[in-house]
Design a protein around this ligand. Sequence first.
Ligand code: DLL
Length: 431
Amino acid sequence: MFWNEKSETLDRADLEKLQLQKLRETLKLAAGTSFYGQLFAENKIDISKVTSLDHLKDFPFTKKTDLRTSYPDGMIAVDKKEIVRMHASSGTTGKSTVIFYTQHDIDEWSDQVARSLTATGITPNDVFQNMMGYGLFTGGLGMHLGAERLGCMVIPASTGNTLKQIQLMEDFHTTAMHITPSYALHLADSIREQGVDPAELNVRKAFLGAEPYSVGVKHKVEEQWNLDAYNSYGMSEMNGPGVAFECEYKDGMHLWEDFYIIEIIDPETLENLPDGEEGELVLTHINRRAMPLIRYRTRDLTRVIPGVCPCGRTHRRIDRIKGRSDDMLIVGGVNVFPSQIETVLMKIPEVGNNYQILLNRVNNLDRLNLKVELKTNDLFGNENELRCLQSKISAEVIALITVTPRLELLSPGTLPASTGKAVRVIDNREI
Ligand code: DLL
């Protein structure tokens, strides 16, 4: 079943011809932004000389930090009155990575999601419970519009409120759900606590994404819910969900090549790698107007799966994400950089020099533990002051990253002192 058979099954030569034409249009738009205008000039890039997809390799990369430094509008490529929406990368406040959309971008994104869902066998008969956050995060609204465009009845349930989720599933006979893998397992436990077996509900398909997870977790979700789970990959910088999606064959995720040009690079040497080899995924928008990004380093590690998919789609597939080439952590679906936590801690005068970030998974939910050494032992005799400081640190961490930490304040010298590269993050979660 196809959403748009012609676009999804274009032969390679036609697909590449289309990519080149769209790339040239996109470069023109990008060159008009203050960020790329300057970058192209500094690198003596003449976009009119781009006559082959190979020429893209001459362009510098765009990094997440570039989005931060050109915040709030240094990357906008259209007249501001054309912009109809913004989203931001989950979790962070302040100068986070903000992404803008024109109506064209929203329409195309909805199509991209509708196409992705259709590839899994979803039809207008499905009742689609969307259990991802609605708001600045792209997971909720992005999937919502695509599922609605396809014609499903969408239940905009958003995250949390477990009992309500169960009631919605039972009363409206939910057949498909969009959910993070960790929440899918947690919800299954909660449903069993209510005396209901999740496998006996009507949910037959789940779209899992927004955080790294293993094949083992995917199988657990499938078994516990008695459903088919599909891997869904995306990121706010690239629209949100719907960038790459598993089809019914579930052997890698088709990355929609009429929306993006795919490159895999060695994150150390920055050289391009051939299909089949694992490296960092680099994507170039070719179907965005408000804020096109050229050679964007996603930091996600994967490979292009060689060969063709039996489903007939010609857009190449990427493998499940193996990890990241930077230190970004995803905690309960929220993107967190350890440096953000460090910044908060170091601003607090009572805090000493050493701290540790420990990540555990309890009842399938992520838990962020922070062990923080204080500068002196002075406060340890004074329960009240200690509690005050604890609340202050927690509040600052929550304000910045929206994740509630479990905080332990320690005497100076309690944590192992580092003799080389400090080990600040201990991730005990099994993905
Ligand atoms: O997580 C968009 C999304 C929403 C994707 C719903 C899928 C479903 P960000 O908050 O910008 O956007 O986080 C993007 O999450 O670079 C990956 O590191 C990670 N990620 C997303 N999907 C997967 C996946 C959304 N299927 C970052 N497997 C990305 C592994 C994933 N990691």
